[in-house]
Design a protein around this ligand. Structure first.
Ligand code: ATP
Ligand code: MG
Length: 593
């Protein structure tokens, strides 16, 4: 096992995490006591907001700020692990903050799913659950302050005019004809906007910075817009809503965040982030040293789409069975797929945190899940594609127990009984009538070990009128029972699994595979055309008796077949349903034909 693997394994067991450039910054800040003097006192004119502000003595403060407009996915998991992981490792706290500045319908479903996903991943925000909408009063006050101090104005250009006057990467923009409105006129208009006196899009409030700035984000960015929409928390109170780029620095500051970690596309926004907090500090609205924004590379994962727009499309067009379809890259989907929070945390740790964009191979994720499941999943037997095997010299009606370990590396987990009888199920693929050289499983005249039981030799086969195999006949050697003295003296190469036909339980098994058949869906053609048509196969399998009553969400290794989970929604005692989480080995090593 590589060094990286060993290191990450320790992490999964809660040892200190591997270093990265953000950890280095945090360590330097702590050594310099950069945040030691942060005050926790009241804030002028914003007692309401401040009443709920955190007062615990955290050494650092990070936040995970999802917008409640979709389910969390594996990319978000990277950010959750990073932010909560820093807080955990450096005596800090991490806030879970819903960035709900954009009024939308049905957000509560998303809020609930996000809370559940973060919890499931293993992180705890404690008392620190916040909503950006709780700060709308302060944000509006701050906007009036910017107007009064000459740092913002109401623009009444149409959207097209604004776009045309914004300039390009190589050409400066033009000042709006409304840029020099008087403070009084701006204030009057802004209040009218707030009170519902103007239609959506009629005016916007813009920061007054520099239309010639080489950074387009500083060319008088919009900070408030008219939007007569109900908000899931503030109802109809507001007819204006703050823009994300304006709201976000204020949210961070009000919550006393020290390290505001975001993805690289916000790098060009950092000057505005700093500009805004400087202006508000000048005006005495903010009392503390500002948070620092730090950017890192977002996760891009092969064979997966992570864009919310595309994920919503998959759900709405019924291409998948909902947000928690086991093939979805959402955390709800990963959970239903049988992935473990530990496996995902291991993944986040192993891919690290970098400053440059890159693609991570989906196989790395699968390997982390496999590694974790290999440790924790008990072993069971399932025959996915059963064919009958009859042991001609085994007495009809006789039953005996074979003992199988629940985990080969963990004897403390004990053994269980597998009933052995004359008629068994084995996998169809474990028999070949005309085997190629090097095939060590069952074939006419060949001998294999029935795992945990006897050696058997194939003596004949039965076929139906169409020539399909219907049964395999064998004889067994009673001296070779696994565990009996001398049983292992005769070695055979093949070792196959089986179930007693009389005792086996039928189960629905869903074989899930990658949702997309190409590494970067949607780059060559519409992403829907890259869907993998074989990503879900449903079988009726035979499973060992103990699995008949598997509890939902319990994960197993089906020997030789992969890791499976009893479906959290559809599996019922007596009518089990299993989802394949991951195969035992990567079968996607080479590109598909
Ligand atoms: P939107 O386009 O709706 O903004 P988003 O993916 O950025 O989508 P958010 O809810 O804003 O969704 O994301 C919450 C947090 O998760 C942000 O801090 C964002 O930087 C982070 N995040 C989102 N996608 C990824 C990703 N692929 N890798 C790492 N972090 C991500
Ligand atoms: Mg976002």
């Amino acid at each position: 096992m590589s060094d990286a693997t060993t290191k990450s394994k320790k992490t999964a067991a809660q040892a200190p995490s591997t270093s990265n450039f953000i950890r280095t910054i945090v360590e330097q800040d702590l050594a310099a006591e950069k945040y030691a003097s942060r005050t926790w006192g009241g804030r002028p004119g914003s007692a309401k907001v401040h009443a709920g502000a955190p007062r615990d003595p955290a050494k650092i403060r990070t936040r995970f700020p999802p917008e409640p407009n979709g389910y969390l996915h594996i990319g978000h998991a990277k950010s959750v692990c990073l932010n909560f992981g820093l807080a955990r490792d450096y005596g800090g706290v991490c806030h879970l903050r819903f960035d709900d500045t954009n009024p939308e319908k049905e957000e509560q479903e998303y809020v609930d799913s996000i809370l559940a996903a973060v919890k499931w991943l293993g992180f705890d925000w404690g008392a620190h659950l916040y909503y950006a909408s709780d700060y709308f009063d302060f944000m509006y006050e701050a906007a009036e302050y910017l107007v009064r101090s000459g740092h913002a104005y109401v623009d009444s250009q149409s959207a097209e005019e604004m776009r045309a006057n914004r300039g390009t990467l190589t050409e400066p923009g033009n000042n709006s004809p409304y840029r020099n409105r008087s403070v009084d006129e701006n204030l009057k208009l802004l209040r009218e906007m707030r009170n519902g006196g103007h239609a959506d899009g009629a005016h916007v409030l813009r920061a007054k910075i520099d239309m010639a700035s080489p950074n387009i984000n500083l060319r008088d960015p919009a900070i408030y817009r008219v939007k007569k929409a109900s908000h899931h928390r503030t109802g109809d109170k507001w007819c204006v809503y703050p823009m994300y780029t304006y709201a976000h620095p204020i949210e961070d500051e009000l919550e006393n965040v020290t390290h505001s970690i975001c993805t690289l596309e916000f790098e060009d926004q950092r000057p505005f982030y700093d500009w805004l907090l400087e202006r508000l500090a000048e005006g005495g609205l903010l009392l503390r040293p500002p948070p620092q924004q730090i950017e890192f590379a977002r996760l891009n994962l092969t064979y997966v789409v992570l864009s919310k727009r595309r994920l919503i499309q998959l759900v709405e067009e019924g291409r998948v069975d909902g947000w928690d379809d086991p093939r979805m890259p959402t955390l709800a989907g990963a959970r239903r797929r049988g992935f473990t929070p530990e496996g995902l945390r291991l993944f986040a740790e192993r891919i690290g945190v970098a400053k440059a964009d890159s693609w991570i191979d989906y196989a790395i994720l699968e390997n982390c899940v496999r590694e974790d499941l290999n440790e924790r999943a008990e072993r069971r037997i399932a025959v996915l594609d059963p064919v009958k095997l009859v042991i001609d010299n085994y007495p009809a009606g006789k039953e005996e127990d074979c003992r199988a370990p629940n985990h080969p590396q963990k004897p403390e987990l004990g053994r269980r009984a597998l009933p052995f009888t004359r008629e068994l199920w084995i996998e169809r693929e474990d028999f070949m009538e005309n085997p190629p050289k090097g095939y060590f499983r069952l074939a006419p005249g060949a001998e294999v070990r029935l795992r945990y039981a006897y050696l058997v030799r194939c003596v004949s086969v039965e076929k139906d009128a169409l020539g399909n195999l219907t049964a395999i006949h064998c004889t067994y050697d009673p001296e070779t029972k696994s565990g009996a003295p001398g049983a292992e003296t005769r070695k055979v190469k093949g070792n196959i699994h089986w179930l007693s036909a009389k005792h086996a339980h039928a189960a629905e098994v869903r074989l899930y595979d990658r949702l997309f058949k190409v590494p970067q869906p949607g780059t060559e053609r519409d992403f829907l055309e890259d869907l993998n048509p074989g990503s879900k196969k449903i079988l009726t399998a035979c499973v060992e008796p103990a699995l008949g009553n598997a509890r939902p969400e319990v994960r197993f290794q089906f020997e030789r077949k992969g890791f499976f989970v009893a479906d959290p929604k559809d599996s019922k005692p007596g009518a089990p349903v299993f989802n394949r989480a991951v195969t035992l080995r990567d079968s996607w090593g080479k590109p598909p034909a």
